[in-house]
Write a protein that binds this ligand. Structure first.
Ligand code: TEU
Ligand code: CA
Length: 568
């Protein structure tokens, strides 16, 4: 594998609206981000991904862009953005923006002009398609519910929107549109961006005959993802984008790809792949319900572990995936992946250990480093997220009571991750002096940065130590390039793997006990190697006694919610 500048980096996702508000309007802003760069640097972060900060009506929280060349007023100015770039650079940090090019906002000038003249130049920027028998061109259901087609007023045309109706899909078949997008990407890269996180990109390729599919719900519609899964040829677009933009800048790109075909991994993220990296969502997809949040299933610990292990094995020798516990579209990982008895600081550290030390680029989502959790709401009106509202009603339609539907939202809502960052126990959680745009999780009084910052056994301190270990000169080679090898797979409640490096001749074992009973693992040491065991990290501060046991007995005992990182 060719070495790249970003291989050994640790990344952090900022959801700007909820990060830090400096002017009291209840909305996070660029100034807030600038003022916390030192906090992130201290945590060990190299790369920062900003969820969209472009001008937007915020129907889908900035994923509906009305001007790709402007910063949203709510967040600040272009001067402040430039200052953010400069301040990051001073600290050897890299900024990624979110690239949302499958669709734009219906408020975008292109779409407004298209509506005014559907058969003119800008009509061709979108999928304006004639209805069939006075109905929509096909039976697609959008990702946010309802038909993916919306009538174009005053015509017999419909426009396609795979997400909200305020997010019309762009027509990638049109070379003029592609040119416009490339120009825009290069404009940002010229400013000094390090690259992009690329939104929903697999959707850009459409089957222009827009075939209908057998309905998969009582609404008579079929998920639009069916068309995406069937159509071929997205790779040509992706290659074209790369060649005209990213490749010229050695940019780092991490793509949001669902529904990739199995044999396409190398094509996507191999040495010459379309992207630098893409997220491993396998554990998240495993948790999805077939028909929505009301039938989400709770997989067993083993299913979850084996899913992550398969993804790790699959990517070996091909490229680097980006590993996440959570993001702005997912519930909080501590609430989702930890059994009830492990939803505490030890459990959160255990979860972090594996995620950060897996093979790939770790991405931490804001608040994960202090162990933020899902947030309970007592009424649907307290949610903001468009997809939460859709899923709530979907649950009611499927026969759930209001209380049950709310429970689905508590467990799955995207707003769980979008509540304001908990900086302190002050009113407004240190996030705002005004009224927050989305109400703060009441547990901010105990879970917050200020409380954890100088407490040496806090989740935050542990993240700092964990990242420092991953990046330490001694172990960096192994944690970056070392092979992933599963360990103790026949143990039902142990999550364990080796990182093995021929280069540094190091073997590192990472092991965690997700069960309730203690487990003793015999270390697979060759004769006389006991004395060489070194415990690098314990989530319970038990480095010394674990090392003693390993050296004496060649074994390690992990109590419930205990994890260890050791080398031999
Ligand atoms: O997400 C794409 C995507 O597929 C999501 O719709 C996902 O299935 C959903 O969030 C699960 O509830 C990206 C962004 O990450 C998301 O925030 C945007 O809403 C979406 O694209 C549209 O831009
Ligand atoms: Ca603000």
């Amino acid at each position: 594998m060719k070495k790249k500048w970003w291989h050994d980096k640790v990344a952090y996702q900022i959801y700007p609206k909820s990060f830090l508000d400096t002017n009291g309007d209840g909305i996070g802003d660029l100034k807030g981000i600038i003022s916390r760069l030192d906090y992130l640097k201290d945590l060990g972060i190299d790369i920062i991904w900003l969820s969209p900060v472009y001008q937007s009506p915020f129907v889908d929280q900035g994923y509906d862009i009305s001007d790709y060349y402007k910063i949203a007023e709510e967040f600040g100015t272009m001067e402040e953005f430039d200052e953010l770039l400069a301040e990051a650079k001073k600290r050897d940090m890299y900024i990624l923006m979110d690239l949302v090019i499958n669709h734009c906002s219906d408020r975008h000038e292109w779409f407004q002009k298209a509506l005014a003249d559907p058969y003119g130049k800008y009509g061709g920027y979108f999928h304006f398609v004639k209805g069939r028998d006075g109905k929509a061109p096909s039976n697609y259901r959008s990702y946010f519910g309802g038909s993916a087609w919306e009538p174009v007023p005053g015509t017999d045309l419909y426009y396609l929107h795979m997400f909200a109706k305020e997010q019309p899909d762009l027509n990638w078949e049109n070379p003029e549109l592609r040119e416009e997008i490339y120009k825009m990407i290069n404009w940002w890269l010229d400013k000094g961006l390090a690259g992009f996180r690329i939104d929903a990109i697999i959707n850009i390729k459409k089957d222009l005959s827009f075939p209908s599919f057998a309905p998969d719900g009582e609404d008579g519609l079929a998920s639009c993802v069916k068309m995406v899964e069937k159509v071929n040829g997205v790779g040509e677009y992706l290659e074209d984008i790369k060649r005209h933009t990213f490749a010229k800048y050695d940019a780092f790109t991490v793509a949001e790809v669902f529904n990739m075909k199995d044999d396409e991994l190398a094509e996507f993220i191999g040495d010459e792949g379309h992207f630098s990296s893409m997220f491993d969502f396998s554990a998240h997809t495993l948790m999805q319900g077939e028909n929505g949040w009301h039938d989400v299933r709770r997989p067993s610990f083993k299913e979850w572990r084996d899913t992550i292990f398969s993804a790790q094995k699959r990517v070996q020798g091909i490229g680097f995936e980006a590993n996440i516990i959570e993001n702005h579209d997912e519930p909080r990982g501590a609430s989702r992946f930890l059994p009830e008895y492990a939803q505490n600081e030890a459990g959160k550290k255990m979860l972090a250990t594996a995620s950060i030390l897996l093979y790939g680029i770790p991405f931490i989502y804001q608040g994960q480093e202090i162990g933020m959790t899902n947030c309970r709401r007592s009424d649907i009106s307290e949610y903001d997220d468009i997809s939460t509202k859709d899923q709530y009603h979907e649950a009611l339609r499927a026969g759930c009571s209001e209380a049950q539907a709310l429970e689905c939202c508590y467990e799955n809502s995207r707003d769980n991750a979008r509540t304001p960052m908990q900086w302190s126990a002050d009113a407004g959680a240190g996030f705002t002096k005004g009224t927050p745009w989305l109400s703060i999780n009441p547990n901010y009084v105990c879970i917050n940065v200020e409380e954890q910052r100088n407490r040496s056994d806090s989740v935050l301190s542990y993240y700092r130590t964990l990242i420092a270990l991953r990046k330490s000169p001694e172990y960096k080679e192994t944690f970056t390039y070392g092979r992933f090898v599963p360990a103790y797979e026949d143990e039902d409640e142990i999550f364990a793997f080796y990182r093995v490096s021929e280069e540094s001749s190091q073997d590192i074992l990472v092991a965690a006990n997700y069960g309730t009973a203690p487990v003793t693992l015999n270390l697979e040491l060759s004769e006389g190697k006991n004395s060489g065991v070194k415990v690098l990290l314990s989530n319970k501060g038990k480095e010394r006694e674990q090392e003693e046991q390993a050296r004496k007995d060649g074994s390690i005992t992990l109590n419930s919610c205990e994890s260890v990182v050791l080398t031999f």
